[in-house]
Design a protein around this ligand. Structure first.
Ligand SMILES: Cc1cc2nc3c(=O)[nH]c(=O)nc-3n(C[C@H](O)[C@H](O)[C@H](O)COP(=O)(O)OP(=O)(O)OC[C@H]3O[C@@H](n4cnc5c(N)ncnc54)[C@H](O)[C@@H]3O)c2cc1C
Length: 411
């Protein structure tokens, strides 16, 4: 028998939030704070597994750059995502973290982290707050759709459970790292209701490069620091790492969307790597010209430009003898090294997912136009952004926008 606020004789409207990731939990906090009876359901045995995983490498919660620049990170989705973030800004998000008793700091790249870098203390404090607000959390509840009467259906260890809610918020995540719970299985449920979806694609994932075996042996796992990468008139500064199969890292992810689309179209994309972005070609060439030609490439690069590690091997990789023969040729190669990317890595291990519910399927309150009373938020929507805290910020801000939509819907 479905439970509703009405049947239980409760005056408070019942809100079902499906997905206990950052988006679902943020909406739960807002709606419980407004007095709604909130239940959060998740398929996994414990909440927010991807959020905890995000904390493993340092939880980059948001970014400190000016808001107008921040909003450009969402590309074509900026007109939709921007208003969410203007209402709950990166500064508001930091205040919210501080309110949980956890300080934040700005790293050298402008990225914002909680002190201690981990997600687990933040999640513990947050779950305590949600408990205090009366939010019910039901784990091991896999949402499987709606029954003929419109009740939500869940597979649970106790069999199929039916839940009738006054409003439903879907926060089911993307389709990367499926073992953490976000497996994209919801897509068929919504497609069956006529909701239009953009295909899932990997975002913030490494790319394949056909390195030679000798280069891989020498370079696998080596960082390329303070580099600039360019593609399609966009340039991104930062770091990348050479992997067995190619390249990965923040500087690459910032160009990920156009690179991925170019590979889908043309089968490959040629990225330009500048190994010394703070010096122009003339200065680089002049410094190389001063280094005695009798010295090894390794020594000349180190003495003239302070470039060490994997860089001599990278410059030699695929080079013709003439490419390294003169200071001018070497300088030109070092300032604009072409790297051919042949594929983006699998969605399974991508940091995030592009694709999902098309933004045109939502009204301005994040309610699905085809399913009145059902709202959607977080990574399951068709927006993408590079790493840098932009993913979590949009999940949190979007969740608050959806929660405001629910409150408006329920009057
Ligand atoms: C390794 C890694 C590092 C990352 N680092 C960062 C970072 O530093 N900064 C940053 O901004 N972002 C980072 N991210 C991305 C960030 O974690 C995600 O964008 C964010 O977790 C998405 O939040 P969400 O609430 O939309 O979805 P999720 O966090 O994916 O939560 C969705 C929830 O829905 C549940 N669910 C799915 N299907 C069902 C179903 N049918 N029934 C019931 N429950 C279901 C899942 O179990 C899950 O708990 C990282 C991601 C990864 C994988």
């Amino acid at each position: 028998m479905p439970q509703t606020a009405e049947r239980e004789g409760r005056a408070r409207p019942a809100v079902a939030i499906i997905g206990a990731g950052p988006a679902g939990l943020m909406a739960a906090e807002a709606l419980a704070g407004k007095g709604f009876a909130v239940t959060v359901f998740d398929a996994m045995p414990s909440p927010a597994r991807k959020f905890l995983m995000a904390g493993r490498g340092g939880l980059n919660i948001t970014h400190s750059e000016p808001l107008d620049r921040f909003l450009t990170r969402y590309g074509e989705a900026a007109p939709v995502v921007g208003p969410w973030i203007e209402r709950f800004t990166p500064a508001d998000l930091r205040d919210w973290v501080h309110g949980l008793g956890i300080e934040t700091f700005v790293g050298s790249s402008g990225r914002v982290f909680p002190v201690g870098l981990k997600a687990s203390p933040l999640l513990r404090a947050w779950l305590r707050r949600l408990d205090g607000l009366g939010v019910t959390l039901k784990t091991r509840h896999r949402w499987t759709g709606w029954n003929a009467d419109g009740a939500l259906t869940f597979d649970t260890p106790d069999g199929v459970q039916l839940v009738a809610a006054d409003a439903t918020l879907l926060a089911l995540g993307g389709a990367s790292w499926p073992r953490l719970g976000s497996d994209g299985g919801w897509a068929t449920l919504l497609a069956a209701k006529g909701v239009e979806l953009a295909p899932f694609r990997a975002a913030n994932a490494g790319f394949d490069v056909a390195w030679s075996p000798s280069f891989i042996e020498r370079a696998e796992g080596q960082p390329l620091k303070r580099i600039a990468l360019s593609f399609a008139r966009q340039t991104s500064r930062g770091e990348a790492v050479v992997t067995r199969t190619g390249l990965e890292g923040g500087a690459l992810y910032a160009l990920g969307a156009p690179l991925r689309e170019a590979i889908a179209c043309d089968g490959q994309a040629v990225l330009t790597l500048d190994l010394k972005p703070d010096l122009d070609l003339r200065a680089v060439t002049a410094r190389l010209a001063k280094a005695p030609p009798s010295e090894s490439l390794k020594n000349r690069l180190r003495k003239a430009l302070g470039l060490e590690g994997v860089i001599p091997a990278l410059l030699r990789e695929g080079a013709a003898p003439a490419d390294l023969a003169t200071p001018a040729a070497l300088g030109a190669r070092l300032k604009a090294l072409p790297i051919t990317l042949t594929a983006i890595r699998d969605l399974d291990r991508a940091i995030s997912t592009a694709g999902g519910i098309r933004l045109t399927e939502l009204d301005e309150h994040l309610m699905l136009r085809r399913l009145p009373g059902v709202f959607a938020m977080g990574e399951m929507l068709d927006w993408e952004a590079p790493t840098g805290g932009y993913l979590l910020q949009a999940c949190f801000s979007g969740a608050l926008a959806a929660a405001a939509g629910v409150a408006n819907f329920l009057g």
